[in-house]
Write a protein that binds this ligand. Structure first.
Ligand SMILES: O=C(O)CCC(=O)C(=O)O
Length: 269
């Protein structure tokens, strides 16, 4: 069988699995060498200190017991780092996205989560509450840089929720979540933890309910490079994600979605 046939078959399977489950795990999508390059790069950025608009850590001694103040998430590192931009546009990641969207992707966001031991998690939510992608939905590519499991606050998804509309969240428990918003799990459905090894990538639908609990391990960081993408045919999204990045690295701006979200005046997405 030729490589082309194999790639086509794989793409069809990724598309079908993703449509059915709302998420997809590609094991070992990145090599150990690629994981080390990213890990070394982000730890060096952390050691170098604050980056305006991207990263505002405080010294551990001044964190008042909240380790996330010393290791906050980095927001949009691809705007300040060519390494982050290169991995956000990694050809193997884009190939999977092309298959699940059925069209080329645009990159909307990158983030780096350090999630050291004792760090709080991120309460259950839907990404399209924030991205306001229309029409269609965003997709996240969550790249594990460390092994990630229940013990260090690994990723959880609620299979079957990808078809839900964007829900209005309530306030999350600040002892468990560093973000404020939480949506309830519909009756009869249960969050499942998705164990990942370094180099595995979890792709998930912008409508799926997902999140994580605190890292209760004694000494295991749970670092992840997380990017969000939208299909190239997207007409509008939240202005906060502008400019987006095309697969060739060029920037593109999309119109802002005027929709006020599911908690206020209702409009169709
Ligand atoms: O990494 C986590 O703990 C949560 C990440 C997440 O929910 C997201 O990127 O939308």
């Amino acid at each position: 069988m030729s490589a082309v046939t194999l790639a086509r078959e794989a793409a069809a399977r990724w598309h079908d699995d993703f449509a059915r489950e709302g998420f997809l795990v590609l094991r070992g999508l990145l090599s150990a060498g690629e994981v080390s390059e990213l890990m070394d790069h982000f730890m060096a950025l952390h050691a170098a200190g604050p980056i305006p608009g991207c990263f505002q850590p405080v010294p551990l001694a001044e964190s008042g017991g909240d380790v996330l103040k010393a290791y906050p998430r980095m927001m949009h590192p691809h705007r300040v780092s060519q390494v982050a931009k290169r991995y956000m546009l990694h050809p193997r990641v884009l190939e999977v996205l092309d298959a699940v969207f059925g069209e080329p992707p645009l990159a909307a966001q990158s983030m780096l989560y350090f999630k050291p031991p004792s760090a709080r998690g991120q309460a259950l939510h839907q990404d399209d509450y924030y991205l306001k992608t229309s029409p269609g939905r965003c997709v996240a590519a969550w790249l594990a840089l460390d092994p990630s499991d229940e013990g260090n606050g690994g990723m959880m998804v609620v299979p079957g929720t990808q078809g839900l509309p964007v829900l209005c969240p309530h306030e999350a428990d600040p002892a468990l979540s560093f973000t404020r918003d939480e949506v309830d799990v519909p009756a009869g459905l249960t969050p499942v933890t998705v164990p990942l090894d370094a180099g595995d990538v979890l792709f998930f639908h912008g409508g799926i309910i997902h999140g994580s609990y605190p890292n209760t391990s004694r000494d295991r960081f749970r670092r992840a490079f997380i990017c969000h993408y939208v299909p190239a045919s997207t007409a509008m999204l939240s202005d906060w994600y502008n400019p987006l990045v095309r697969p060739d690295g060029a920037e593109v701006r999309l119109p802002a979605n005027p929709w006020g979200g599911p908690c206020g005046e209702e409009h169709d997405l």
